[in-house]
Design a protein around this ligand. Structure first.
Ligand code: NAD
Ligand code: LMR
Length: 340
């Protein structure tokens, strides 16, 4: 790499910096739960994103240190740390995108639904503040159980009169990240060439990878291979929880996945065409009110919820099997939001 001491390189460098700063509008991002296992690496990855101009790091403890640390990285965004509920409003004011990895993670033997009792209340509090301080922000929900926390957020926003179904996303990108990795390993193709849609929800059998649509096409894996890949993707979170043996769940791969999804949201807001990611959103793709599928992102958030495409018999069966569990999780979230 050329040294920036050379004058021609240096002026080119300055020009390209000026161009990218001009071309990319100011965007404020908040990470709620920024001092946590996901929050810290996610804060770093968002600090590395040139589309971010202001990075707001909020948690109930520990954010001054995380913010001071991340703020020394010499990239575009200005970083501020906020700690405790009385600073939540300032953290959120003016945000374009709010990413929520706040809440407790699983330990071995737990399901994501076992986190409901603690995380539902946390998400409700945070979404109440979002409705008040940045009602137009795109919300990227990471906190589990996503199948219930997204419906909770929707109900909180409806109650506040700020709900816009185009702006609420359950982050299921980690399922896609895993499906791509596992598929590339099995099919022995470069992972950078692989794409796999993952639909449904984000827990156990509600996670439905569509390996029959995997790219590159023309790779013939056996039915047994497809089933094993599906199971590994569905159990990917548990694989990490067990390997961490009581010290939490996926944090680094989740931060990576969260940063990919937030970047896609920012690109959509900035008018980049054809930005498509899978996400758990309000949906008419099935008879369930929320469902994960490919979504085209635009200047207002969801531009189009894309359909499922053609499914193999195994995937059709998986789709029917997941519906009762996903329906119950959605209803549990809605009920909680109304009952409290
Ligand atoms: P963690 O315990 O390491 O961090 C959570 C952070 O949230 C902590 O810093 C904590 O102080 C903070 N927090 C708690 N209450 C808060 C509140 N009211 N406001 C703001 N912050 C608050 O946990 P983690 O490993 O980072 O996981 C966080 C959540 O993300 C868990 O619910 C986990 O299940 C979920 N998760 C989701 C996915 C996904 O694919 N969607 C992947 C991995 C983890
Ligand atoms: C994951 O998929 O890794 C997360 O949902 C965390 C978990 O509890 O498995």
């Amino acid at each position: 790499r050329a040294s920036s001491c050379s004058s021609s390189t240096s002026s080119r460098h300055l020009l390209s910096r000026a161009y990218s700063a001009d071309a990319s509008p100011e965007r404020k991002i908040a990470v709620l739960g920024a001092a946590g296992g996901i929050g810290q690496p996610l804060a770093l990855l968002m600090k590395l994103n040139p589309l971010v101009s202001h990075l707001s790091l909020y948690d109930i403890a520990g954010t001054p240190g995380v913010a001071a640390d991340v703020s020394h990285v010499n990239t575009r965004s200005e970083v501020k740390g906020y700690v405790g509920e009385d600073q939540l409003g300032a953290a959120l004011e003016g945000c374009d995108v709010v990413i929520i990895p706040a809440g407790v993670p699983r330990k071995p033997g737990m399901t994501r639904d076992d986190l409901f009792n603690i995380n539902a209340g946390i998400v409700k509090t945070l979404c109440t503040a979002i409705a008040k301080y940045c009602p137009n922000a795109l919300v990227n929900m990471i906190s589990n159980p996503v199948n219930s926390t997204v419906p909770i957020a929707a109900e909180v926003f409806k109650k506040a009169g700020t709900y816009n179904e185009k702006k609420l996303f359950g982050v299921t990108t980690l399922d896609v990240v895993r499906a791509k990795t596992f598929y590339a390993g099995k099919a022995k193709v470069p992972v950078s060439e692989v794409d796999v849609p993952v639909v449904g929800g984000h827990a156990g059998i509600t996670i439905l990878p569509l390996f029959s649509q995997a790219k590159p096409q023309g790779i013939n894996l056996s039915d047994e291979d497809m089933k094993a890949l599906t199971k590994r993707t569905q159990d990917g979170g548990t694989e990490v929880v067990e390997a961490k043996a009581g010290k939490g769940s996926a944090t680094l791969s989740m931060a990576y996945a969260g940063s990919i999804f937030a970047d896609a949201c920012l690109k959509g807001l900035n008018g980049v065409p054809d930005v498509v990611e899978c996400s758990f959103v309000q949906s008419a793709v099935t008879d369930l009110p929320f469902f994960a599928s490919k979504v085209r992102l635009g200047k207002d958030g969801v531009e189009e919820v894309l359909g499922l495409g053609s499914l193999s018999d195994f995937e059709k069966e998986g789709l029917e099997k997941l519906k009762p569990e996903l329906k119950a999780s959605i209803e549990k979230g809605i009920k909680f939001a109304h009952g409290n």
